[in-house]
Write a protein that binds this ligand. Structure first.
Ligand code: DAH
Length: 327
């Protein structure tokens, strides 16, 4: 009897040291299994007097019932623990702040070109996207640029060989469009141009937008009107605009356009003029019948003016702090 009580105590301790359901099952078999402790004790009882047998078997049965319920209880406990562990492992903290995927935005230059394109589309201009690799003829000769013009040197132009180059201006597409398109022509040409320059106001690649209108009776006032309309749209206000006489080989008359900055200083913003008769003749357009105007502006430059950016290189440094401001 005393032995049994001790045994019960030690069994209770044993059960507490069990960590897994598998261990618990082994434990159960050890005591309650067919060949387990209780069965073997029962078998031994055959050789004991009836009175003693009754006494011991009732103790054994109590032990068995007790143990069964202990095992069941402990089993539930272990199952709960296992379940909790799984939950913990797979749990999602719904109160955590989500990680955002940052979505890219359009580059400010692209955005500006889209904006300018939309403006000119509404006025009936077509959009031409020209080639960036061109030749001597379309980038210089046909535009009435003399053979000894300084812009032709390696200092300014990226040459592939004696003939092919990275275009230095979108004006190359004036020539290509006039050769290819039917008159009248009314286009803008946004695109990349390349020059061998690098400082706070120059990068080796930048963007220009060229405008070209060829028709009968086109005159300087048409040019002036479109430029004024565009600049007032682009800078959101009625700005002071000045047409200053200038020189470009491919236009005559030529003009540079300045706007009056907030600091009361004039800022050069674009070049323009009436297409030079030599240029028209070069592409077999009769300059006695047709006339036209052209203009060219640097996209980065006007974005810099619009947003007060002082260094052009920031556009191409992939600095997210800068780029994210243009959402
Ligand atoms: N191609 C000139 C440049 O890159 C800009 C320009 C000036 C374009 C006057 C024109 C124009 O069409 O008429 O500096």
């Amino acid at each position: 009897m005393c032995d049994f009580l001790e045994l019960m105590e030690s069994v209770k301790l044993e059960i507490k040291s069990i960590k897994t359901l598998k261990e618990l099952d082994t434990f159960r078999i050890k005591y309650l299994g067919k060949k387990g402790y209780i069965s073997s004790k029962m078998i031994q009882l055959r050789n004991v007097s009836l009175k003693k047998r009754k006494e011991i078997s009732s103790i054994l049965n109590r032990f068995k019932t007790n143990l069964k319920s202990n095992i069941n209880e402990y089993k539930q406990e272990l199952e709960k623990q296992t379940f909790c562990k799984v939950l913990e492992k797979d749990s999602i903290d719904v109160s955590l702040v989500g990680r955002r995927n940052s979505i890219g935005t359009l580059h400010p230059v692209t955005r500006m070109i889209d904006d300018i394109e939309n403006f000119f589309l509404k006025l009936g201009f077509g959009i031409v996207r020209g080639q960036e690799i061109d030749d001597d003829y379309h980038n210089f000769d046909a535009l009435n640029i003399s053979k000894n013009h300084p812009s032709r040197t390696d200092h300014d132009t990226f040459w592939f060989d004696s003939n092919r180059l990275l275009r230095t201006q979108t004006s190359n597409m004036q020539i290509r469009s006039m050769i290819k398109m039917k008159l009248p022509i009314k286009i803008i040409v946004p695109g990349k141009v390349y020059r061998n320059d690098y400082d706070s106001t120059h990068t080796p690649m930048f963007h220009q937008i060229e405008g070209l209108v060829i028709d009968k009776n086109i005159n300087f006032s048409n040019l002036k009107w479109i430029i004024e309309l565009f600049l007032n749209y682009f800078f959101y206000k009625n700005i002071n605009i000045r047409f200053r006489p200038s020189y470009f080989p491919f236009t005559f008359l030529s003009s540079e356009v300045d706007i009056l900055g907030d600091n009361n200083k004039w800022l050069e913003i674009l070049g323009c003029g009436m297409v030079h008769p030599n240029v028209l003749n070069n592409v077999n357009i009769d300059s006695e019948i047709y006339s036209g105007y052209a203009f060219g502006l640097g996209v980065e430059r006007i974005v810099m003016l619009r947003y007060g950016i002082s260094d052009i290189r920031i556009f191409f440094e992939n600095d997210l702090k800068f780029l994210k401001q243009f959402k």
